[in-house]
Design a protein around this ligand. Structure first.
Ligand code: SF4
Length: 247
């Protein structure tokens, strides 16, 4: 210890997940608070920090320790997700540092909007960045998220300069993010970075509709169908045409 009190932070929940939040079985911490409002958000309960609960880093680490053997055997690790983890960079950074010190693989799931708040030490403790690039076209990005795309692209370039392993995640929504030019721009950008190991094309779905109803909210995309296989194939092909691994 260096004499500093370990920071506390606000979380929405924690959970175990397989295959969607980084490699292997993951202990996932969903931090509270998010500055964006993505139309397809699956975690609206995380949006407002005041709806979360304050926990210490020690409490989170004690919970993670219960699963340590299991996630190690399963080739997994710990993922800090949200909400937006970089809204609480000291808390997130300390969690990543402590996990890393235990030899656990670490992942940070972020929109990149607040990437400037991630210090180089935090990024050095991050084994894998799951960078959610919600669109390439600035107008589409703003329509999807309510925010600007440029901070995310700036963060992506910084991760490339630092050589941090990154998976880009792109949610494919028919009629919203599927424009060929939007996908093409993202594919070209990702191909030029050099540190992106793969792009996860995540098919839009409506599984969170009931969550929205419980919160007294309407799911904004409740009339939108998931992408069909032909559209998924086209988008994968667009990424692969630039030499990008698309899964
Ligand atoms: S950035 Fe993530 S948590 Fe925030 S609104 Fe978008 S999908 Fe939801």
């Amino acid at each position: 210890m260096n004499g500093r009190a370990a920071p506390s932070g606000v979380i929405s929940s924690w959970d175990l997940s397989i295959g969607v939040d980084g490699p292997g079985t993951r202990f996932v911490v969903f931090t509270g608070g998010c500055p964006l409002r993505c139309l397809y958000c699956q975690n609206p309960e995380t949006w407002r920090m005041r709806d979360g609960r304050r926990v210490t880093v020690d409490e989170v680490m004690a919970e993670a320790a219960k699963y340590r053997r299991f996630i190690e055997v399963a080739g997994g690790g710990v993922t800090i997700s949200g909400g937006e983890p970089l809204l609480q960079p000291a808390f997130t950074g300390e969690l990543l540092r402590r996990c890393r010190a235990l030899g656990l693989h670490t992942a940070l799931d972020t929109s990149g909007l607040l990437g400037a708040r991630a210090g180089d030490a935090l990024l050095a403790d991050t084994g894998l960045v799951l960078l959610d690039v919600k669109s390439w076209d600035p107008a589409t990005y703003r329509r999807v998220t309510g925010g600007p795309v440029e901070p995310t692209l700036r963060f992506a370039r910084r991760l490339a300069e630092l050589g941090r392993p990154t998976w880009v995640r792109f949610v494919l929504v028919p009629g919203l993010t599927d424009d060929p030019g939007n996908v093409e721009g993202l594919a070209r950008f990702v191909a030029g970075l050099g540190n992106v190991e793969r792009v996860d094309v995540l098919p839009f779905h409506r599984l969170a509709t009931a969550k929205y109803e419980r919160l007294g909210l309407r799911f904004p995309l409740d009339g939108v169908e998931p992408p069909d296989q032909a559209l998924l194939d086209r988008v994968h092909a667009q990424f692969r045409a630039h030499g990008v691994t698309s899964v």
